[in-house]
Ligand binder design. Sequence first.
Ligand code: GLV
Length: 319
Amino acid sequence: MSRVVVTGRVPEAAIEKLRAEHEVDAWQGPESIGREELLRRVAGADAVVSLLTERIDAELLDAAGPQLKVVANVAVGYDNIDVPACTERGIVAANTPGVLTDATADIAFGLILMATRRLGEGERLIRSGKAWKWGMFFLLGSSLQGKTLGVVGMGGIGQATAHRAKAFGMEIVYQSRSEIDPGIAAELGARRVELDELLAVSDVVSLHCPYGPATHHLIGAGQLAAMKSSAYLVNTARGPIVDEGALASALREGQIVGAGLDVFENEPSVHPGLLELDNVVLVPHLGSATVETRTAMAMLAADNALAVLSGERPPAPIN
Ligand code: GLV
């Protein structure tokens, strides 16, 4: 029997699955586990099932001890994990790709609709109690049909967002490290371009790339200036891919028309410049937040941990 530490609350089915084979120490507090408590609890763990709010770095791996075999993140993004530090210590790192693809693409498209159709502004107006009435020029937004979606990072979530956009009558361009399946590209009518061209031609730019040193502030003042003044930016990937200060300035100065953000540079803080603006939709990191998806993520993370503990390759390894 091994010792599994779960760093935050996850759906019970995953805890039961782990508990059927191992001793499980799952943090149950209403708040995130604090760093000190986390370092104390991981001592002697054979597996750590981590949430994206916890930093899994060399200090934590060393606090766990040399018996630690696997870190299973309950997220597809793994910028909270120092993967090279895991690899150096022979620890397997794993994530949860696939199971949250549709949920996240739904939120990306929800933000696209909210931003382009000004739904947040309308909702705030009604709730404010201010007078309003239907008018020919009242809260006009932009139509999506015939417009171009630029997808930055054409992995599973980027492709799922592109499929939704296609169904809404949009054209697709994408920028990606690798070419996608030619059949899917043909079905979507999607054209691969460099980021410069994508920014210049897109009416909506949606970010779906992983976060890391190569994508830190990928969208900054220069890139925002390169976008159409009628364009929108949507981020459901990771906050620091966008320079939030530069985005607030671009939105304030009308360099782009609107934005929708599910993720933030210093979560859970939001840049004060963004909070003042009406032309940005702000939602609190809800990409994978459905009962079904969170359950599937936790089960996949449990499967990753269980596989490694029984000496097998996990279903979704990172290293
Ligand atoms: C959520 O943000 C994830 O990476 O799974």
